[in-house]
Design a protein around this ligand. Structure first.
Ligand code: NAG
Length: 235
C-alpha cells in the first residue's frame, strides 16, 4: 500500500471530487497543514468560495499551525472569492491576485481552489470557470506549484460537463466517495486515485481503482487511512 491522498508528489494538478455525504475538506486542510510544515519557504494561496477564514484557521490551529502568522508574514494569501462578486465582475480580478502572489515565489508553492461547484452555483458561467482553471494551471506549471481544485459531484456516477473538462487539466483525480454500503462508525468514506491525461509516468504513482479504494475514518482533528476491510490497521 503506497497511496494516501496526502502522499502525492508536489508540482501537480489534482482534481479532488467529493459527494455530499463524504466531503473532502479534510484533504484540503491536511494538504495545507503539511505544506506549511514541510515547505516553510514556499507560498500558499487559498481561493475560498464556500468556507470562511475562521474555519481554515480553526482547523489549522488544531495542528499547531497559526495561519494568521502565515498571513502576516506573507507566506499565505487568503482570498475570500465571494467578496469579489465573481458573478458580476468575473474571475479575472482573482486571477490577478494569484498572478501577483506567485510572481516572487519559490517553487513548491500550493494553490487551493475550494470549490468550483460553488462558483457555478453563485452564477459564474462554466466556461469562465474552465478558463480560470486553465490559467491557474499554466501559472502553476510555470512556477512548479501544486494546484488543488475541488469539485462536488452532485449526481452519483453522472459526471457533469465541468468535471469532464477539468479532468483534462488534471495530473490526478482524487475521487472521494461515501461507502457504497452506507456510513459506518469505523469508516467515513473511501478514496480512489485516477490518472489524468497529464499524469506523470505510471511508475511514480499508481492508480487506485474504485474496487481497491483506500478507506478513511475522520476523527476530531485527523484522518486515518487504511486498506479495505482493515479499519483497525493504520497506514
Ligand atoms: C497566531 O498568531 C497571531 C499573530 O502573531 C497571534 O496574535 C495569535 O495569538 C496566534 N494564535 C495562537 C492560537 O497562537
Amino acid at each position: 500500500m503506497t497511496f494516501t491522498p496526502l502522499s502525492l508528489p508536489q508540482g501537480i494538478i489534482q482534481l479532488i471530487t467529493d459527494e455530499l455525504p463524504s466531503p473532502a475538506d479534510f484533504i484540503l486542510h491536511q494538504n495545507l497543514i503539511s505544506h506549511v510544515k514541510e515547505h516553510k519557504e514556499a507560498k500558499r494561496i487559498i481561493l475560498s468560495v464556500s468556507e470562511g477564514w475562521a474555519r481554515w484557521q480553526a482547523i489549522a490551529s488544531k495542528h499547531n499551525v497559526n495561519l494568521t502568522q502565515q498571513k502576516n508574514s506573507g507566506s499565505l494569501t487568503f482570498v475570500d472569492v465571494s467578496s469579489f462578486e465573481p458573478e458580476e465582475s468575473g474571475l479575472r480580478p482573482i486571477f490577478n491576485v494569484v498572478f501577483g502572489a506567485l510572481k516572487e515565489c519559490t517553487p513548491d508553492s500550493l494553490i487551493i481552489l475550494d470549490d468550483v461547484s460553488m462558483l457555478e452555483w453563485i452564477g459564474v458561467p462554466a466556461l469562465e470557470i474552465l478558463r480560470f482553471c486553465r490559467a491557474l494551471r499554466a501559472q502553476c506549471i510555470k512556477h512548479q506549484a501544486t494546484l488543488l481544485i475541488r469539485h462536488h459531484l452532485v449526481v452519483h456516477d453522472k459526471p457533469d460537463q465541468l468535471f469532464r473538462d477539468l479532468l483534462q487539466l488534471a495530473t490526478y483525480h482524487v475521487d472521494v466517495r461515501p461507502l457504497a454500503s452506507g456510513r459506518s462508525g469505523a469508516v467515513s468514506g473511501e478514496v480512489a486515485l485516477h490518472l489524468g491525461p497529464n499524469a506523470l509516468s505510471p511508475t511514480s504513482v499508481k492508480p487506485v481503482s474504485r474496487s481497491r479504494a483506500v478507506q478513511y475514518r475522520l476523527t476530531d482533528s485527523a484522518s486515518v487511512f487504511f486498506e479495505r476491510g482493515n479499519s483497525r490497521g493504520v497506514l
